[in-house]
Design a protein around this ligand. Structure first.
Ligand code: SAM
Length: 180
């Protein structure tokens, strides 16, 4: 299965902290291998990710400060592809864009914005595919979740996270953790 890494662009430390944390948690829980928070340093987000990974396991990586152009260039150098999630792109439901992405069998860098993204994100030199999770504007977190779930066809939801301190034992009611 190809690997997916998420690049979060445009994070504003005061305003976007909670949503960016959710984007990271969504990426990790739904099968991405890591997330790059481009162009910015935010120690709080880093701490949140490290804490979650330490407790709940898995090998998710987190990088920040890398300029987005550099991240994209490095990624493409090895022949991997870039998918930009945008309400203006090819509709994931009514077009064959997901089939074409899967057919490439390449690892994917998924770009998600927060504020209005640079125009270049839409260009061929940056994005191999511009994908819309429906053509209505909504949330980076929701669009990432749907893209990952459709890409991994739900298999990511039963994935085991190795070396976890905490593991949930699913219950019909109430809460149960390993050893408790
Ligand atoms: C809240 S939106 C930002 C909208 C911003 N005001 C603009 O005009 O670009 C934040 C991010 O969510 C993602 N997004 C929102 N709706 C989407 C959709 N329907 N399909 C795919 N991605 C979407 C995009 O990555 C977008 O950059």
């Amino acid at each position: 299965m190809p690997e997916i890494v998420v690049l979060r662009w445009g994070h504003r430390p005061q305003r976007d902290a909670r949503l960016t944390s959710h984007v990271v948690l969504t990426a990790r829980a739904l099968g991405a291998s890591g997330l790059i928070l481009s162009d910015i340093h935010d120690e709080k987000i880093k701490e949140t990710v490290e804490k979650v990974t330490k407790n709940w396991g898995g090998a998710f990586f987190f990088e920040m400060e890398v300029p987005w152009k550099k991240a994209v260039k490095e990624w493409k150098k090895e022949g991997r592809i870039v998918v930009h999630l945008t309400a203006y792109g090819e509709n994931i439901q009514t077009s064959d864009v997901l089939q074409r992405i899967k057919a490439s069998e390449k690892d994917i860098l998924v770009l998600v914005g927060s504020q209005k993204v640079p125009k270049e994100f839409f260009s061929e030199s940056v994005s191999d595919f511009n994908v819309a999770i429906g053509n209505q504007p909504h949330s980076e977190c929701a669009c990432l979740a749907i893209f990952l779930d459709r890409f991994f066809e739900g298999k990511e939801l039963s994935r085991k996270f190795e070396v976890a301190k905490k593991r949930i034992i699913p219950q019909k009611r109430g809460k149960k953790l390993n050893g408790k």
